[in-house]
Write a protein that binds this ligand. Structure first.
Ligand code: WTA
Length: 641
């Protein structure tokens, strides 16, 4: 009954917190709901630097919203320039550590110079606020530099996670119609080089629209450079000035599009704009992470996912934080790498995912126990529901029962955290993301949109627009409208199931659509299916998420084969690799089951619900490699249709 335990914040924490006590939180929340224009207007004025003030705080023409209408702002300016006139000028922005152990320490002043110089390079190459850039890089300081240099000139960026394959990169470059690609020779992961430039070359074969490729040197290994298209970052920067004023941009100017998996095979570019997004990222740093000027903060996510955008780059830098940036894997060279980093940099705030926590639990307490973790004061979790047992371990073994845990619920689409504790206010319940942040009105509803009773399961919707909300799907406003705003008319449909308990706490239960969550990475069942059916042996494929002790969900693929004789063992391996090549290694199915037929409705729709049941309850048992006869199941399915 771990779920019934309540952990009130420690009085010392409350005394020093940015938001102290439940009453302070409630007052803030109430104000945000009763007078949203005043509430957000005041915060925007106080917390961000504007070139020109807005005329309206927001304009809501459902499902399209604009925030700080008419205001002029620049995200790069807010993350850099404005700190230079303060005590933060020589404060460390990033303590960077490469996987092999190399180190760099970069102050705000230095980061500002790096960004400005690279922005001048982009400007000199003719890129403007009408352009879009794809960024495909390892976790090195040049990644945030590239993002901020784009933001400085209003070039919309789309970062593609370095774990994505050439094929996945290609579809993103094409969908965005980008003219510029910024990449690196490679990066280090588990002591091996991830050869990014090679993958980019492969992708670029089918991307004739790309005019320029800028390559940052990280690993020093040899890469192919195509004359007239590819240039080295360091060569372009030679003799370039570090003075490049940030461009005043409309508050609604696109900042980035980040591709994420939806319910179809085609990933969607979630579009975020400048002013509202930045306000959401900045405020949540202060509210949820209780950020203080002297803190050393570490978000261990990858910048290629939204968590890294909002909580490694834009949020922390806008709030003037000192962050740790680490390139590699938690187990390299050994499973105490993270704890070495925590003790070396005296990290105060650590933000990671339940998958990472469960992987660490498996390795045993001796790894963290070898290191001094006394600097930690706050822990965070994101990406998937955290099971109470993992929560308790994180609390006890890492936080030594001193550190509150903020379980933060949000999505690529929401831009910043929407449901989470305020650590100096909220009594915690392990496994619950607790309460909505200011301005956020979530509700648990049934399929007609009516609120369900306390304790009952339903769909999580958000009733009102918030500043960091996605604006549209890149190039597909219709899909935006249909996917997010038509299921429950007038409300934002999250795709998650949730329950609100009698005390008003939100418990997020997971996706209700065909989206899987593998190691906190979003993946659509259709995306994996489309990859599988490209293989010449595959006739049909149906993919479902199967519960997994470590990764939350694991990819399980049911496959029917074309006529012929196949060596199943060999083919299963081949198909796994095939998916890795099509999407990325993280999408590789944990299990491939060969079947005679797939259960379908009479209209021919694959019944994933049934397959989910099979993989969770093992109603139909069988070896991974045995042929399963679905005739019975198929008949059942047909009857249900
Ligand atoms: C899930 C990641 C439970 C959820 C920031 C959501 C969570 C999806 C939590 C978004 C949490 C994220 N508790 N579930 N604290 N945080 N999720 O877009 O299913 O990669 O819809 O954004 O992750 O994943 P995304």
């Amino acid at each position: 009954m771990l779920e019934d335990r309540v952990y009130p914040p420690h009085p010392d924490f409350v005394a020093r917190a940015n938001v102290s006590g439940m009453e302070a939180y409630q007052a803030l929340y109430r104000r945000s709901i009763e007078t949203p224009e005043e509430f957000w207007g005041e915060l925007a004025e106080k917390e961000l630097a504007w070139f020109e003030k807005w005329s309206h705080v927001f304009e809501w023409h459902p499902p399209f919203v604009k925030w700080f209408v008419g205001g002029k702002i620049n995200a790069s300016y807010n993350c850099l320039d404005r700190h230079l006139a303060t005590h933060r000028a020589d404060k460390v922005a990033f303590y960077w550590e490469g996987e092999p152990g190399d180190e760099r320490r970069i102050t705000y002043r230095e980061l500002h110079a790096m960004v400005s110089r690279f922005a001048n390079v982009l400007k000199a190459r003719g890129f403007t606020s009408a352009d879009r850039a794809i960024i495909y890089m390892p976790m090195i300081p040049e990644l945030p530099v590239a993002m901020l240099a784009c933001a400085r000139l209003g070039i919309m960026h789309s970062v593609v996670f370095g774990g994505f394959s050439a094929e996945a990169l290609k579809t993103r470059i094409q969908d965005l119609d980008a003219r510029l690609v910024i990449t690196a020779d490679g990066g280090w992961r588990r002591a091996r080089e991830v050869r990014l430039k090679d993958a980019a070359d492969e992708a670029l074969k089918d991307c004739p629209g790309v005019r320029e490729v800028i390559v940052c040197r990280r690993t020093g290994s040899s890469v192919n450079m195509q004359p007239g298209r590819d240039s080295w970052w360091h060569e372009l920067e030679e003799g370039v000035s570090a003075d490049c004023p940030a461009l005043p941009l409309d508050a609604e100017h696109p900042l980035f599009a980040l591709y994420t998996s939806g319910t179809t095979g085609k990933p969607k570019g979630i579009l975020h704009t400048t002013g509202g997004y930045l306000l959401g990222a900045t405020m949540t740093m202060k509210w949820v992470f209780d950020l203080k000027d002297e803190d050393v903060y570490w978000c261990a996510a990858d910048i290629g996912w939204v968590t890294g955008h909002s909580y490694i780059v834009y949020g922390p830098l806008s709030a003037g934080a000192t962050s740790v940036l680490y390139e590699g894997a938690p187990d390299t060279p050994a499973w105490d790498r993270w704890w070495r980093i925590v003790s070396k940099y005296r990290v105060n705030i650590l933000y990671t995912s339940p998958t990472a926590i469960r992987a660490l639990i498996r390795q045993g307490e001796e790894w963290p126990n070898r290191h001094d973790l006394s600097s930690l004061r706050l822990l965070g979790s994101v990406g998937e529901p955290i099971n109470p047992a993992a929560w308790e371990w994180y609390y006890r073994v890492i936080g030594k029962e001193r550190c509150p845990i903020v379980d933060t619920w949000w999505q690529t689409e929401t831009g910043s955290i929407l449901i989470a504790p305020m650590p100096g206010a909220t009594p915690l319940k392990p496994g619950s993301a607790t309460f909505p942040l200011p301005g956020v009105v979530p509700e648990v509803v049934d399929f007609t949109g009516r609120p369900v009773e306390a304790g009952k399961e339903g769909y999580l919707v958000i009733r009102r627009p918030w500043p960091s909300m996605m604006r549209t799907i890149w190039g597909d406003p219709k899909r935006y409208e249909e996917q997010y705003w038509s299921r429950v008319p007038g409300s934002y449909f999250t795709g998650d199931a949730a329950r609100r308990d009698v005390d008003g706490y939100f418990w997020i239960l997971g996706r209700v659509d065909d989206v899987m969550n593998v190691s906190g990475h979003r993946l659509s069942t259709m995306e994996v299916e489309s990859a599988l059916v490209k293989h010449p042996a595959v006739a049909e494929a149906a993919v479902v998420g199967r519960p997994d002790e470590i990764t939350g969900q694991a990819v399980c693929a049911f496959v029917t084969l074309k006529q012929g004789t196949w060596d199943h063992d060999h083919l299963a391996d081949e198909l796994r690799e095939f998916v890795a090549r099509e999407i990325g290694k993280f999408a590789r199915p944990a299990e491939i089951r060969f079947a005679e037929a797939l259960p379908k409705t009479r209209s021919g729709k694959i019944m994933r619900r049934l397959l989910r049941e099979i993989v969770t309850t093992h109603t139909v048992t069988g070896d991974v490699t045995t042929l399963e006869d679905f005739t019975v199941v198929t008949r059942l399915a047909a009857e249900e249709d």
